[in-house]
Design a protein around this ligand. Structure first.
Ligand SMILES: Nc1ncnc2c1ncn2[C@@H]1O[C@H](COP(=O)(O)OP(=O)(O)OP(=O)(O)O)[C@@H](O)[C@H]1O
Ligand SMILES: [Mg+2]
Length: 248
């Protein structure tokens, strides 16, 4: 079986004469938790939008589960869930209602199955527990951490084998970050979900990632297993020092 979950092959993209992605290639394998790192404007969100079919590359190919996103969008995106910087929720509706509406997009499921799926994902992300159900609260009353959880719940609705998260810990407090980290590891271990996560918080990424891709000015500066990187770290240096050197 092919265990390549995401393949980026010689991808380039120009916005208004500015070349923002320059011949980028990398791969993410099954059950990797891959940290996607780079300065502001490096091209992380742009590549994540290509992976989720929101924009097309000018050149090159983006494959999800071996399927080209530009050529067979619907089939490629079937296996993917994402939380990008696009607001998807209606604040005046409950979290549950928002998910119930989004679940309608799962054409392969009956309405009953869709509604069961909503309850399942609310439980997975901890918005519904045995003692507390926050699913019926309006989204506008949710804390940031709860909104992040709802985002992940939405990403899980179609049983994805890959989840893409763009700066998921943005604005979370230390406990919120820890809970999110635990959720990611749990989803990987229990459901074998592969993750691509962008973040500027290297310490946070270091706690979960099995692989890193470093990008700067639209070009890949380094990619590989976190072990390889950690073994290369000299005494008295932190992962941040190594990233900074690689990005220079
Ligand atoms: N729709 C667009 N039109 C024009 N330029 C764009 C568009 N989207 C992105 N860009 C440009 O592409 C470059 C890469 O942006 P991108 O959002 O991918 O960076 P990023 O790595 O996600 O940065 P950050 O860490 O700040 O989120 C930037 O120069 C940005 O201004
Ligand atoms: Mg971004």
């Amino acid at each position: 079986m092919n265990n390549k979950k995401i393949e980026i092959k010689n991808v380039s993209k120009t916005f208004k004469k500015r070349k923002v992605i320059k011949n980028v290639s990398f791969e993410i394998l099954s059950s990797d938790i891959c940290g996607f790192i780079g300065p502001n404007g490096a091209g992380k969100t742009t590549i994540m939008k290509m992976i989720t079919g929101l924009i097309n590359p000018d050149k090159g190919n983006v494959l999800v589960n071996g399927i080209d996103v530009s050529k067979n969008r619907e089939k490629a995106l079937f296996g993917i869930g994402a939380v990008l910087d696009v607001p998807v929720f209606f604040g005046y509706m409950s979290g549950r209602k928002n998910l119930q509406n989004l679940a309608r997009l799962n054409h392969g499921m009956s309405r009953k199955q869709q509604l069961e799926k909503v309850e399942e994902v609310l439980e997975i992300v901890g918005l519904k527990t045995k003692t507390d159900d926050r699913g019926n609260d309006k989204v506008k009353t949710y804390s940031l951490g709860m909104k992040q959880r709802l985002g992940i719940a939405q990403a899980l609705l179609n049983n994805p084998s890959i989840v893409v998260l763009d700066e998921p810990t943005n604005g979370l407090d230390p406990l919120g970050m820890k809970e999110l980290r635990e959720l990611i590891v749990q989803l990987k271990e229990k459901y074998g979900i592969t993750f691509l996560i962008s973040s500027h918080l290297l310490d946070e990424l270091q706690k979960v990632c099995t692989k890193y891709v470093l990008i700067k000015d639209g070009s890949i500066k380094w990619s590989g297993a976190s072990d390889t990187l950690l073994n290369s770290i000299e005494k008295n240096k932190t992962l941040e020092d190594v990233f900074m050197e690689l990005l220079q």
